[in-house]
Design a binder for this molecule. Sequence first.
Ligand SMILES: [Ca+2]
Ligand SMILES: [Ca+2]
Ligand SMILES: [Ca+2]
Length: 411
Amino acid sequence: MHHCSRAAVPALLVSLSALLSGCSGSLTPPGSGVRILPGGPLPGLTRTELASFERGKLVFQRRFEPEEGLGPRYNATSCESCHSEPTVGGSAPLYRNFYLCMLGAPGRQTPLPGLGSAVMPAFGNGHDFTTEAGRPVLADASGAQLTVAQRNALPLFGVGLFEFVSDATLLARADPNDEDADGISGRFNTDGGNLGRFGVKAQSNNVEVFTRAPLMNQMGVTSDPFMGSGAIVSLGRLQVSTNPDMPTTDLDSHPDPEITSRDLGDLIAFTRFLAPPQPIRPFSAEAERGEALFETLRCTACHVPELRSSRGAVRAYTDLLLHDLGPELADGLGFGVPQAASLAPPTAAGEFRTQPLWGVTLSAPFLHDGRAETLREAIELHGGEAGASRTSFQALTGAEQSDVIAFLEHL
Ligand SMILES: [Ca+2]
Ligand SMILES: [Ca+2]
Ligand SMILES: [Ca+2]
């Protein structure tokens, strides 16, 4: 790997990595501005919110020990283990991937016996399964359909703003039966009651659930809920080990809950108030041409540049809806209870939430399991509803394709 060719390195890191690799100056794309490293709080927070954000960052970075409730099974000891690149709150390289595993047919899938969710813990004791090169294999498969998939960590910069996008905004974009006949049929997902916004299948409604779930499923850290009936039962058990209204519990010797409500509140505040990545301004000439092509190719049919929210415009390049990207990407896991559609099956087994593209270049590798190393590969793996967009991309000249990539690199 020659780091000099990577336009993705944030400018604040440029001087250091240039120094180390001895190739100064060539890390930012020609004609482009400066990349400001994300990781800070949203502007305009109250003093109380800001203090909670700062404390929450420390909880996010805390490495839990078994004496503090880590485990008995876990994949990592801190949130930061998987959300660290290029800085706290970001994503992770491929080696942090974990497996999801469910038994049964989509729609009626259950976690493996003895596990509370689809997440496969790699560490700890008491497994009811064995692994083949790290891949889950049931000791007693007993004929049930076994679905295994991988996940690569998502970056968290700005995602808290999705809570401030109204249901009405999401509903207005849904077109489950493709009534405008453009080949694109986005539909919303729900957690069984409330509209989904979080997770690669938009299976979760709010940051609280998507904080308590990884605490439990990735780290084995139990917690008590804040929201009470505000967070509705997750029918398919999703990534939550129990009803999210309920406290999580486990069988280690540490008394539950294993995180105080103050620490949990601060942890939620950290994710909720992380500012989005700042686009590189001004756009280079290439990026400007690429932006126009991005629209011509109809990438914007799913990667909607801007959603309205009660905290202002959210320029995330997503509609937060589910789309079928074809059999090659489909993972067979039916999280959530998606909007009814005559075109699509009742489960989200073949679908994914449109991944936001703000700051995308900072979060390689790409796609839900990190199978794409480059942005170009990610685009070329779009099929299904995005097949026409991909074909149009492939029909561009090499220079035009580079313009599209340059545009993405500026977001
Ligand atoms: Ca525990
Ligand atoms: Ca449509
Ligand atoms: Ca415990």
